[in-house]
Design a protein around this ligand. Structure first.
Ligand code: C5P
Length: 401
């Protein structure tokens, strides 16, 4: 991971905490690792550390006001938001965290934060009671829900001489978090991953079908994550209203379980891994009526026949170099059923989401998962689907040959 910071553009936000002195060490450490560092400091940050020290370390003027004082030129927070590969706010005070959580853009640091396109890392620093206060907890939860990364403060003696949690994480550790993040960003380079997503529609007649509530959000989040981390992705998608953004996602739109089966099977042959996220119909009408079926007095009986189990078929075809990840949505004896599915379909691991958990499963923007392999089951807290996708892809990246 040594060269991970080389050439990276980092916006370092500094706020008014005694830990601001550590930000100088952080800036120096980032520059030594080859990063380009642009510091944005709040007015109270300047009370703790002088911009002269900071600009000497980074070789760039420190930005603190909306306008440069000498010539009145405007500092563009929008340009900074587009320029950066990451933003790190260290130290982050309770006040700045509160403003970030609520969009109170009364200084250059917050406007830069609100314009930021790159991932944001926040290293809180405050006294233990401030850190433990429900408003701080809530604001940090809000930042997490926006997808920001919180670098938890350490326990220890604080500037107030009180002992507890609130001490900003050491600069070396913060750099390690960033290096790990950048490393992870490209850990799937050169890989080819097939992902199935969304529902299938099984035709009854020209205007009716059997479908399900799957939105495709989880599968699309996985496709974006894999592509962003360097993989070529073949996304075999049932009918959904979602769009794909990343140029490395090759999307094949299908409608029925049979079409999904054919497309997934063909793509899997050359792939390094498959993630089977689609909610595939288990049964399909044996015959499709040519004309719209008319209302009649008698009951209508549809004869259904089983579809291909795409997961089991790929599990059967799987070569030793290939990996396969399945999903399970269970309503009872969840872990047992998921373990059984893992064996039967020859998955390397399975993602269990339970309908018993509020905010998990179909149509939600969040999900709560347990990752189960042959050795262990690991449960994760409720998170936005984009972050759940990172957790799943972390595990997949770790087991790829
Ligand atoms: O057996 P069950 O349908 O619950 O298994 C769920 C897993 O199998 C999911 O990964 C789903 O995408 C996959 N599956 C499939 N083809 C089917 C049915 C399920 O790929 N026909």
């Amino acid at each position: 991971m040594t060269a991970m910071m080389e050439g990276k553009k980092i916006v370092l936000g500094i706020t008014g905490s005694i830990a601001a002195y550590k930000a100088a060490v952080l800036a120096r450490g980032l520059v030594k690792k080859g990063a380009e560092v642009q510091i944005v400091i709040t007015p109270s940050g300047k009370e703790f550390i002088t911009p002269v020290t900071l600009s000497a370390l980074t070789g760039k003027p420190v930005i603190s006001e909306f306008f440069a004082q000498r010539d009145g030129s405007w500092h563009s927070h929008v340009d900074l938001g587009l320029w950066a590969d990451a933003m790190v706010i260290a130290p982050a005070t309770a006040s700045t965290i509160g403003k970030m959580a609520n969009g109170i853009a009364d200084n250059m640091l917050i406007t830069t934060y609100l314009s930021m396109k790159a991932p944001v890392f926040v290293a809180p620093a405050m006294d233990l009671d401030m850190f433990a206060h429900p408003s701080t907890r809530r604001n940090l939860d809000l930042l997490r829900s926006y997808g920001n990364h919180i670098i938890e403060p350490a326990e220890g003696e604080l500037a107030s001489h009180l002992v507890g949690k609130g001490r900003m994480e050491e600069p070396e550790q913060i750099i390690e978090v960033l290096e790990h993040f950048f490393h992870r960003q490209q850990d799937l380079a050169g890989r080819h991953i097939v992902i199935t997503a969304g529902p299938t529609y099984e035709k009854i007649d020209p205007v009716r079908f059997i479908g399900n509530y799957s939105s495709g959000k989880m599968g699309y989040a996985l496709a974006e994550t894999c592509a962003r981390r360097g993989a070529e992705v073949t996304l075999v998608s049932g009918p959904v209203t979602l769009k794909t953004v990343h140029p490395r996602i090759h999307r094949i739109d299908v409608e029925s379980a049979e079409q999904m089966y054919q497309a997934a099977k063909a793509a899997f042959e050359q792939a390094d891994a498959g993630i089977l996220c689609a909610a595939v119909a288990d049964f399909t009408p044996s015959t499709v009526a040519d004309q719209k079926i008319k209302r009649e007095k008698d009951d209508l009986v549809l004869h259904l026949q089983p579809t291909h189990d795409i997961a089991a078929a790929l599990g059967h075809l799987k070569q030793p170099r290939q990996r396969l990840v399945g999903f399970a949505l269970e309503t009872n004896d969840e872990v047992l059923h998921a373990q059984d599915k893992l064996q039967r379909k020859n998955f390397d691991f399975i993602v269990l989401n339970s309908l018993n958990d509020p905010g998990a499963g179909f149509r939600c923007d969040t999900n709560k998962i347990t990752l189960i392999d042959r050795q262990q089951a690991m449960s994760y807290p409720l998170k936005p689907k984009a972050q759940v996708a990172e957790d799943i892809v972390d595990k997949l990246a770790a087991i790829l040959e």
